[in-house]
Design a protein around this ligand. Structure first.
Ligand SMILES: [Zn+2]
Ligand SMILES: [Zn+2]
Length: 229
């Protein structure tokens, strides 16, 4: 859509140029076009800009980077009916018959309307001891993420942590405290030291096993858990 409207504007510019005496072609369009675009379509440009940014989502601060939200210029949200340009790409846990995966916009998740309409939640489990309000914020107003098993949202310092995305071993190397958390996880599974070190070196963002990286929003500690099928 943006392409065709740009094309139209360009055509108008050329038309205006032809009305006068032969214009210095390279200068007139480059100077005139941007200001006329700003003047005539300010509202629409701003709207478009806003539509292609997700709503404020503090728990996945970069939902496009984590894969929780994906660009989709065609799909109308099942909840609000609008084509917003972005859809929620993670799991939807609901008793509704409809398959809602890939069919909800992140705005309807952030304002709670999708959760209310479909009695849905977007996260498997919230780990740790957190207040009810945090459970609601994570489960019903936050885009979740796809994992190999049911997704687990980590918490720290009594609050939900920020989800930074699925990661492989190479990315994890920058977060030694998260690697320690994964090591402790494997120790609890009673694996041998060799098995644990092999496992820690085998995480893959796309393949499996995968590690899921979080950051505490209170103390900034990095946390992680891992899963596989
Ligand atoms: Zn919507
Ligand atoms: Zn913390």
């Amino acid at each position: 859509m943006p392409c065709s409207s740009h094309g139209q504007r360009r055509a108008e510019g050329r038309g205006n140029g032809r009305r006068g005496s032969p214009p210095p072609v390279p200068r007139v369009p480059t100077r005139a076009r941007p200001s006329s675009v700003r003047r005539t379509t300010r509202g629409r440009s701003r709207e478009r800009h806003r539509e292609h940014r997700p709503p404020r989502l503090p728990l996945p601060p970069r939902p496009l980077a984590t894969g929780s939200v994906a660009p989709d210029p065609h799909t109308a949200c099942a909840c609000c009916g609008r084509v917003r340009g972005l859809v929620y790409a993670g799991p939807v846990y609901t008793a509704a018959d409809e398959d809602l995966r890939g069919r909800l916009c992140p705005w309807c998740i952030a304002d709670g309307s999708a959760a209310e309409r479909y009695d849905a939640s977007f996260c498997g489990v919230v780990a740790g001891d957190v207040p009810e309000a945090v459970l609601t914020a994570v489960g019903r107003r936050t885009p979740g993420f796809s994992a190999w098993q049911e997704s687990v949202w980590l918490s720290h310092c009594g609050d939900a942590a920020a989800f930074l995305g699925p990661v492989g071993s190479a990315e994890l190397a920058a977060y030694p405290e998260a690697v320690d958390a994964l090591r402790r996880e494997a120790v609890a599974w009673q694996w041998s030291a060799d098995e644990i070190e092999r496992y820690l070196g085998s995480f893959d963002r796309e393949g499996q096993p995968t590690a899921y990286l979080f950051r505490c929003r209170v103390c900034d500690a990095h946390l992680a858990y891992s899963d596989f099928t």
